[in-house]
Design a protein around this ligand. Structure first.
Ligand SMILES: [Zn+2]
Ligand SMILES: [Zn+2]
Length: 389
C-alpha cells in the first residue's frame, strides 16, 4: 500500500504535546487533546477504559473469506518530573515536568498512524486498536489498569514502540524473548541500639549490620544466578547516623533489582529476605524488608519477533534494522504482551554522533523529528502485515 505520512500534523501534534507535559495518572489535558484529534481524524470508535487512557479503533473494509483479526498498537501519555534543559521553541511550559522519555513522539506517531489507516480502510480487513496508555513511568503502571478494564479482550497481537538514543530512523528488534527486564525494589530498615561512640559494646551498630548486608547482597548475582542470565542487584541508598560521636539506632538501605528469568526474580527476592534476616539476627538487630513489586519483563512471541524483523527490513531496508538482546530497563508494556503475542520495537531518534548524546530521562534528552515518519511507516506496516498476512 502506498501512503503519505501526514508530516505537518505529525510535527504539530508532537510539539503541542511536548509543550504541555503531564505526570503519570494526571494526563487530563493530554488525553483530552488526543481524544479531540482522534475525533477530527474520524476513527470508528473511542473509549476511555480508565479516566486518562484511551482506546480508539479503525476497522478495515477489504473483503476477506478468512476470519478477521485485531491488532493493538500501544503508546504512552505521561511525562517525567524532570526540568527540561532545552532551548526549543516548544519547550515544556509546565515547570519541573517534561517529555524526556519521548512519549510525546509516541502519541504523535500513533495519531498519524490512525490517520493513515482511517484514510486507507480498503487496504486491510480486521481491526486496528490504538492504545493511549496513562502512567507508564510510575508503578503500579497504567497498562495493568487497562488490562483489568478489559482492553485486551479480542486482541490477537500487540505492538509497542519506544524512541531511544540511537541512530535516527533505525529500528532495533530484541531477539531475546524478553525485550526488557523485570524491576523490583526494596527498602531495608535495620533497627540496632544506639550508643555513645566511645562505648560500642553497649549498643548494636546498625551501620555494621547494614554494611554486611550490602556485601552479602552483592553475592546473589555472582554466586546464585546462572552467569548466562541477565540479573542485577543494586543497593542504591544507604542512610544512617547524624553525628560523628554517636552510634545510631537505625540504618536504611534501598535497592533495585532487574531480571529476565521469572525464576531468577523469585530467587533474588528470597535471597534478599534470607540475607537481611540472617545477618541482622547474627548481630542481635531487628530488620524489616519492605518489598515493592515492579513491572514484569516484556515477553515477546517468536512469531511477532520474526514478523517485525521481516516487516521492518522490507519497510526501511536491511541496513536500518538491527538486533539486540533487549533493554536492561523496564516497561509496563509487559502487562499487554502477557495477554497476547507481542513485540516491542526501539526507534532510534538521535545518537551521540548526530549531536544527541543524552539518553531517555536525562534533562537534555532530545528526539530528532526526522525519526517520527519512520515510526509511523513501521506502525502502519506492522498493522497491515498482521491483518492481511
Ligand atoms: Zn521512561
Ligand atoms: Zn518511556
Amino acid at each position: 500500500m502506498h501512503f503519505d505520512v501526514p508530516e505537518t500534523d505529525l510535527i504539530r501534534w508532537r510539539r503541542h504535546l511536548h509543550e504541555h507535559p503531564e505526570l503519570a495518572y494526571r494526563e487530563e489535558a493530554t488525553s483530552a487533546y488526543v481524544e479531540e484529534e482522534l475525533r477530527a481524524i474520524g476513527v470508528d470508535g473511542i473509549e476511555r477504559p480508565v479516566k486518562t487512557s484511551l482506546v480508539a479503533w479503525v476497522k478495515g473494509t477489504k473483503p476477506t473469506d478468512k476470519p478477521t483479526k485485531t491488532v493493538a498498537l500501544r503508546c504512552d501519555l505521561d511525562a517525567l518530573p524532570v526540568e527540561e534543559a532545552s532551548d526549543l521553541p516548544f519547550k515544556s511550559k509546565n515547570p519541573g515536568v517534561s517529555h524526556v522519555c519521548g512519549h510525546d513522539a509516541h502519541m504523535a506517531m500513533m495519531l498519524a498512524t490512525a490517520k493513515v489507516l482511517a484514510q486507507h480502510r480498503d487496504a486491510f480487513s480486521g481491526t486496528v486498536k490504538f492504545f493511549f496508555q496513562h502512567a507508564e513511568e510510575q508503578i503500579p503502571g497504567g497498562a495493568a489498569d487497562m488490562v483489568a478494564a478489559g482492553v485486551m479482550e479480542g486482541v490477537d497481537a500487540v505492538v509497542g514502540l519506544h524512541v531511544w538514543n540511537a541512530k535516527t530512523g533505525t529500528i532495533l528488534v530484541a531477539t531475546d524473548r524478553q525485550a526488557s527486564t523485570a524491576s523490583d525494589s526494596a527498602v531495608i530498615r535495620i533497627e540496632g541500639c544506639g550508643a555513645h561512640g566511645s562505648a560500642p559494646h553497649t549498643g548494636i551498630d546498625p551501620i555494621l549490620v547494614g554494611a554486611e548486608i550490602v556485601q552479602a547482597l552483592h553475592t546473589i548475582v555472582s554466586r546464585n544466578i546462572n552467569p548466562e542470565h541477565f540479573a542485577v542487584v543494586s543497593p542504591t541508598i544507604f542512610r544512617a547516623g547524624t553525628v560523628v560521636n554517636v552510634i545510631p539506632q537505625t540504618a536504611e538501605i534501598g535497592l533495585n533489582t532487574r531480571t529476565k528469568d521469572p525464576e531468577d526474580r523469585k530467587l533474588i527476592k528470597e535471597r534478599i529476605f534470607t540475607i537481611c534476616e540472617s545477618v541482622a539476627k547474627a548481630h542481635g538487630a531487628k530488620v524489616e524488608v519492605e518489598w515493592e513489586q515492579g513491572y514484569a519483563a516484556i515477553e515477546q512471541s517468536d512469531d511477532m519477533i520474526n514478523r517485525a524483523l521481516r516487516v521492518c527490513r522490507e519497510t526501511l531496508g536491511e541496513e536500518n534494522v538491527g538486533t539486540w538482546h533487549g533493554m536492561s530497563a523496564s516497561e509496563d508494556f509487559s502487562a499487554f504482551s502477557a495477554e497476547a503475542p507481542g513485540v516491542y520495537l526501539i526507534l532510534g531518534c538521535g545518537s551521540a554522533e548526530e549531536g544527541c548524546p543524552y539518553s531517555n530521562h536525562h534533562p537534555s534528552f532530545r528526539v530528532r523529528e526526522e525519526a517520527l515518519p519512520v515510526g509511523v511507516r513501521v506502525e502502519v506496516a506492522m498493522a497491515l502485515d498482521y491483518l492481511n498476512g
